[in-house]
Design a protein around this ligand. Structure first.
Ligand code: AMP
Length: 398
């Protein structure tokens, strides 16, 4: 079967066509600058990469260009749209309504729309992508896979904030967690590597990328995660502050005469590793800054690693133990210095790192020594493949 995976942002649309039997990517690409001018970057397996500059006044136009690229006689990989069995869409927020993936119908779209307030930057764009696919490929089923769904197994003690309970009841203000597709994929892979029945496993997944979140997975179910009602909570990230004292917002507002909107923009886009280092949000640049002896790059690096280790320690307490810790995403898969610095703070758990294995990048590797009490792995994440698998499972169950 062939599954088209769509990840739609407000001005971009990423896609992959995946053969579900071989799990190979047949073609992938990204439409950028939608509603501005429009560029499609398309690569089909075994063929030359192409860049198409074409007007993309809306997401329908972008989806149309993706379809044309997939069908193209020279750069395409299919002869007819009938070859696509289903489309799997990434949707950021499913609120409390969705604890699992779901096939799209009018009712589902309305329910997703009701979650728009919780993810105003993401959910409306995700919905536009689904609508565009429904219009242009009316005979192909659409499945939505939510970033939040995996965390719906969290117990109340993990998701209720210390606020008046009526805010939860009235506005659904609670912790939801994100990166669920990645945490689910990586924890499942980690559990496969453990010599234990799934129900007895305790795993911590560190998804450390531009956005970063850590998740405690007990018996294969998420029981806590570091992002909250929005992806701003938790560990310091590329440009996001992570958790801060909420009173800081009022303090900055008064000192700098700024509005809430302006401060939220700073917390989302000018803070985190970027804000601390004053250099970059990218860990490759931070590592270079450290090599150049830049003090603020050193601070950014150690704040990031310290916070990650502190959250991991909290999750060991939450699960009363841990069998394995897995690192994933851009930083987790590639930055051996970050992994080493985090694990150095976890020797009390009996963790010893295999320094040679930890030099590897971007491949499934055990980076702890054979006698380490807790296993540590690098597990490359693959959110598109996870979405394709979910979509396939859903279509298979119809
Ligand atoms: P992601 O959001 O998972 O795509 O991760 C993106 C982030 O991964 C970038 O902003 C970098 O901070 C980090 N990253 C990617 N490649 C490397 C690398 N080779 N070394 C260190 N960090 C990296």
């Amino acid at each position: 079967m062939k599954i088209l995976v769509i990840n739609c942002g407000s001005s971009s649309l990423k896609y992959q066509l995946i053969d579900s039997d071989s799990e190979q990517v047949l073609a992938k690409g990204i439409c950028e600058r939608i509603k501005i001018d429009g560029v499609l970057n398309h690569t089909a397996s075994g063929k030359d990469k192409i860049n198409v500059e074409a007007p993309m006044p809306d997401h329908n136009a972008a989806v149309k260009l993706v379809i044309d690229a997939l069908l193209d006689s020279e750069h395409g990989v299919i002869q007819s749209l009938d070859e696509i069995d289903a489309v799997g869409h990434r949707v950021v927020h499913g609120g409390e309504k969705f604890a699992a993936s779901v096939i799209v119908n009018d009712e589902v779209l309305k329910a997703i729309e009701e979650c728009n307030d919780l993810a105003p930057l993401h959910n409306p764009a995700n919905l536009i992508g689904i609508e565009a696919c429904r219009t242009l490929m009316p005979d192909i089923p659409n499945v939505v896979v939510f970033d939040t769904a995996f965390h719906q197994t969290m117990p109340k003690e993990a998701y209720i904030y210390g606020l008046p309970y009526s805010y939860y009841e009235k506005y659904k203000i609670r912790r939801y967690g994100f990166h669920g597709t990645s945490h689910s994929f990586v924890s499942a892979k980690t559990i496969e590597l453990l010599d234990k029945p799934k129900e007895d496993t305790k795993v911590i997944v560190c998804h450390l990328g531009g956005g970063a979140s850590i998740c405690a997975v007990q018996g294969g179910r998420s029981i806590d995660t570091s992002m909250g009602m929005t992806p701003l909570e938790g560990i310091v990230m590329g440009t996001r502050s992570g958790s801060i004292d909420p009173a800081i917002i009022e303090y900055i507002a008064k000192k700098e005469n700024k509005s809430i909107d302006e401060i939220m923009n700073i917390l989302n886009k000018e803070s985190g590793v970027m804000g601390i280092s004053g250099r970059s949000s990218d860990f490759r640049d931070i590592d270079e800054g450290i090599r150049n002896g830049e003090e603020r790059s050193k601070i950014a690096f150690s704040v990031f690693c310290y916070q990650a280790a502190k959250i991991i320690g909290g999750y060991v307490a939450a699960m009363n133990g841990v069998d394995a810790i897995s690192f994933t995403a851009g930083i987790g898969e590639n930055d051996s210095a970050v992994r080493a610095a985090v694990c150095e703070r976890l020797t009390y758990l009996g963790i010893t790192l295999d320094k040679e294995a930890n030099k590897k990048r971007g491949e499934l590797t055990q980076i702890s020594t054979a006698d380490s009490k807790v296993k540590v792995f690098v597990v490359p994440t693959n959110e598109e493949l996870a979405i394709a698998r979910e979509t396939l499972a859903f279509i298979g169950n119809q």
